[in-house]
Design a protein around this ligand. Sequence first.
Ligand SMILES: *Cc1c(COP(=O)(O)O)cnc(C)c1O
Length: 427
Amino acid sequence: MKTEDKLNNLEVFEELESNVRGYIRGFPAKFVKSQGSMLWDETGKEYVDFFSGAGALNYGHNHPDLKQKLKDFIEKDGLAMSLDMATPQKEEFLLKFNESILKPRNMDYKVMFPGPTGTNSVETALKLARKLTGRHTIINFTNAYHGMTLGSLSVSGNKLSRSGAGVPLTNTNTMPYDNYFEDETDTSKYLEKMLADQSSAIEKPAAIIVETVQGQGGIKVAKDEWLKSIQDICRRYDIMFIVDDIQAGCGRVGTFFSFENIGLDPDIICISKSISGYGLPLALTLFKPELDIWEPGEHTGTFRGNTLAFVTAIETLKFWEDSSFEKSIIEKGKKTRAYLEKIAKKFPSLELEVRGRGLMNGIASPRRNFGEEVCKEAFKQGMIMDKCGPNGEVPKLFPPINIDDELLDKGLVILEKSIESYAFNQV
Ligand SMILES: *Cc1c(COP(=O)(O)O)cnc(C)c1O
């Protein structure tokens, strides 16, 4: 192969890597560099990042403060891997997470380190809820996304992923998420009726698991009142209330936890994706101290002491000590939705619907292949953006939460042009 032919050539991946690969298909290039809210491929083409590693890079790529701490730590031969033994970095993370995040929010939680990924945190939450209550079913919601291992998959909606399970996905009961019928129906009333009716054929569950904003499900924002009703039902029926904050948490919607301005007080919280802030794997399962009924070593895993991830996580927590950080996320979110509303008005024939909270936004259209085509065009024009929703109908705007205003504007213009190109090709 000539050098020019090798640039962005993906033959090796096609030949040697499983067909299961996904994002490489939407973003067909070889990426060599990333900084802040930008990526560069082998040809030197630059891309605005409206994806943030699916929410694992909320603070952008290679943040200089995080990178420096990481370099210092490696230079001193700190323990990169420690199972769950004690290290000063783990100690500092626990202290700082407690001091800067939990205490100021009046939250009292034990921190558990499950395996390093989001699905590990969800599995742990489900296991703990079952152990605590002695019940085995879990109530989940339509279009939910909680991960790919069997327990998490059993509470997730996606048809393609579920069909890959190979065994029946059992011990769950699915209820309609908020606004499932796109009318005034309060689906929490339906849920409660099913629990109250001893002969509804719905067993009393160990837990109800919910996302405050469904990410993969299509940027569906649940109403505060609805979420509070779900929590209230959990309290009255003695059911564990689990919030999966893996995607909506770590600042994505403008506050550290997605639910903190809503007045929710979950029994168990799942956190992962951006907790390390550097793209390094780390997950937490938080629960009320009185729920800590684990025996020592009862739930374990090799990779629970990713010290590199603790080092960068500690640095990200400092961002939250300055209240202007939250304000800037909210401002960028408002600006984004105003721009999306403008786009929606500009193309009435596409019947666009703007959805979102904070910097977790989307623009949906029922037109054929809308999400797919718009993201493809955006990629051509130099932007990384993914789609979501049951039919991939929602281009999902997920820039780093600290993106510069100029780059945010640039991304929004690329989105507008991509939608324009889609509309043009429809006629
Ligand atoms: C990504 C995600 C998960 C799964 O996390 P993995 O690290 O991919 O296992 C679970 N729940 C939500 C809401 C997510 O967005």
